[in-house]
Design a protein around this ligand. Structure first.
Ligand code: 5GP
Length: 197
């Protein structure tokens, strides 16, 4: 990853990361939809293709690989990662700036390495939260229950999850999603406490 930003003053930055299958998107969407605390979602850039229902500029800024490489060269990213082979994701400086420069708070849903890099860059202005599954067995069980992935894909996701979980202690806070409502409440409280600090 490359760090390309100069930290600026004003709103706060919340970073959430989690292995896939931990309910991260559900938790974030629930907090964003409730409007409390007031947060804006940082729309990342990616060169992956939009999934069904995904809208350019809302879920991601979808780019070609060439556009993504040009954006790296033009130093448009705060951070970027090749999260999967050939699949790039990055946080645009313009996204963070448009929100925090006006005093707003921003939430970033990014991978583990990107999250820790944002923390390094913004220090006390950023809070990193990591969602954990109750156990690896439970995570496997949830992924199998979705019925969307072949067994070898599930094996891959589980071993990636184990790798990601090895970084959990470097995050400011860890929240176990063993009960969705409680995980949402805990996350909301953690964000409110940080914003109001
Ligand atoms: P998906 O393709 O399922 O939307 O996202 C795959 C992974 O990329 C997720 O773990 C997500 O958090 C991560 N990701 C999304 N945007 C960014 C970003 O801007 N930077 C980094 N480092 N990771 C991201």
């Amino acid at each position: 990853m490359e760090s390309q930003a100069t930290p600026r003053k004003s709103g706060k930055i919340i970073v959430v990361s989690a292995p896939s299958g931990c309910g991260k998107s559900t938790i974030i969407n629930s907090i964003l939809d409730s409007g409390s605390p007031e947060l804006r979602f940082s729309v990342s850039a990616t060169n992956r293709r939009p999934r069904k229902g995904e809208v350019d500029g809302v879920h991601y800024h979808f780019m070609t690989t060439e556009e993504f490489r040009d954006a790296i060269a033009a130093q448009k990213f705060v951070e970027w990662e090749e999260v999967y082979p050939g699949r790039f994701y990055g946080t645009l400086k313009s996204e963070i700036e448009r929100i925090v420069d006006k005093g707003g708070n921003v939430i970033l849903d990014i991978d583990v390495k990107g999250g820790l890099n944002v923390k390094k860059l913004y220090g006390d202005r950023a809070k990193t939260i990591f969602f954990l599954p109750p156990s690896i067995e439970e995570l496997r069980h949830r992924l199998e229950g979705r019925g969307t992935d072949a067994p070898e894909v599930i094996d891959e996701r589980v071993s990636k999850a184990e790798y990601e979980i090895s970084f959990a202690d470097s995050f400011d806070q860890r929240i176990v999603n063993d009960n969705l409502d409680r995980a949402i409440d805990d996350t909301r409280r953690a964000i409110e406490d940080f914003i109001n600090k």
